[in-house]
Design a protein around this ligand. Structure first.
Ligand SMILES: Nc1ncnc2c1ncn2[C@@H]1O[C@H](COP(=O)(O)OP(=O)(O)O)[C@@H](O)[C@H]1O
Ligand SMILES: [Mg+2]
Length: 386
């Protein structure tokens, strides 16, 4: 059989299941929606297997569906008592949920050479035998515009150490566990010590800011102080297990002094410059022929449009889709074939062309302005470490 494509039929099956998911969600049948979300993930994995050039793209989409399914599980489970009281068992389950497997490697991250170097250095110092007076950092703060690779950096740090990675969105913890947040935070750190080496990634740490809120609550105050205690109490080195906290924020200016002082090492994660943009484009198009692209021109345009790493990744995905549609026009017809047959076929690809990027550039707009960037730069000059 020709190398015709399999993916079109898979794609149309995917679309169908996605519709079913939307319907289930709308009608409030969360359990059905969850199952459909898992099915979507499964189909995307098949698509990944079938199309080497688009593998990463599909896998990423698949993992997004898995996350959707998980959050539905939590929602449907939490329906009765909206905030489940934390029995120890419950707590443990909640915590296990935060442990993420990460396969991100340093070379999946374009640019950010300085940030990578500083993080690697921190990890190495924590691990080396050294005189007592040389104290390793216990925490690192990553700040910068959204979508610039902060989560990626933390995942790569965990991946390179083969450490247990706790991916904690402070915002979500506060909204889900509210009054119990402080308990969750101390339990989190004791589990992190137990499973060391560990990296605790506290995303959106600005959610713990007290000073800028109109109403502060006891629960919030308790959560903050519980975190401060954990950060102060952590010792690394000697026989202590390695537990490194990496916090991230898009709004460093909102942070309270109490938090800031616990993170003397503050690393700016900026928008990619030309060289970094080029690297990110290369990473996002792995497995495809890019010899016909003028990478320098593309990178220059990304910088001009204030694109973040996420924007560049979206740009490449769009361009790739344009290429795929161009060479697989009648894909959907294959949907009539038996599934097994589809699985044995392959998606057609051709080299990426500059034209594939043209309308992608039109579609993707950065939400940032020059002014926003200046604010980060000013904060960096004043508070950043390097
Ligand atoms: N420097 C980068 N190199 C490669 N991909 C990047 C980079 N920055 C962002 N991305 C892409 O954008 C996505 C979002 O990045 P993320 O690390 O979650 O940003 P942040 O945490 O800073 O908001 C990543 O999953 C990746 O696909
Ligand atoms: Mg992030």
């Amino acid at each position: 059989m020709s190398r015709a494509d399999l993916s079109a039929p898979l794609l149309s099956i995917f679309e169908k299941v996605k519709l079913e998911y939307l319907k289930a969600k709308k009608s409030g049948d969360l359990e059905l929606a969850r199952r459909k979300a898992l099915e979507c993930a499964k189909i995307l994995r098949l698509l990944a297997e079938n199309s080497p050039g688009l593998r990463d793209l599909y896998l990423e989409k698949a993992s997004r569906w898995i996350r959707t399914a998980r959050s539905l599980k939590q929602e449907s489970g939490a329906e009765k008592p909206r905030i489940p009281p934390l029995s120890d068992n419950n707590l443990k389950i909640g915590l296990e949920d935060l442990i993420a497997k990460t396969r991100v490697k340093w070379n999946d991250i374009g640019g950010l050479w300085e940030a990578k170097r500083l993080i690697m250095e921190t990890i190495v110092i924590a691990g080396l035998k050294r005189p007592e007076s040389i104290k390793p950092w216990k925490g690192i703060l990553l700040f910068g515009p959204p979508g610039t690779g902060k989560t990626l950096l933390a995942s790569a740090a965990a991946g390179s150490l083969n450490a247990t990675f706790f991916n904690v969105s402070i915002d979500k913890v506060l909204s889900k566990y509210f009054g119990e947040s402080s308990k969750l935070i101390s339990a989190l750190y004791s589990l992190a010590r137990e499973k060391a080496p560990s990296i605790v990634f506290l995303d959106e740490i600005d959610a713990l800011t007290l000073s800028r809120r109109r109403e502060t609550s006891d629960a919030l105050r308790r959560a903050l102080s519980s975190l401060l205690i954990q950060l102060d109490g952590l010792k690394i080195g000697g026989n202590e297990p390695l537990v490194l906290t990496i916090a991230a924020t898009n709004a460093p200016w909102d942070l309270d002094k109490a938090i800031l002082s616990r993170f003397p090492r503050r690393i700016y994660v900026p928008l990619p410059d030309r060289r970094a943009s080029k690297e990110i484009i290369r990473i996002c198009t792995r497995g495809l022929d890019i010899s016909k692209l003028r990478l320098d021109d593309l990178a220059a345009k990304c910088v001009e449009k204030l694109y973040s790493g996420r924007d560049i990744s979206n740009l490449c995905q769009q361009a790739i889709w344009n290429m795929v549609r161009d060479v697989n026009r009648d894909l959907y017809r294959l949907a009539e074939l038996p599934y097994e047959k589809i699985r044995s076929m392959r998606l057609k690809v051709r080299p990426l062309l500059m034209e594939d990027f043209e309308d992608a550039f039109r579609k993707i707009r950065s939400p940032l302005t020059k002014k926003d960037i200046e604010a980060y730069e000013r904060w960096n000059e004043k508070y950043g470490e390097y």
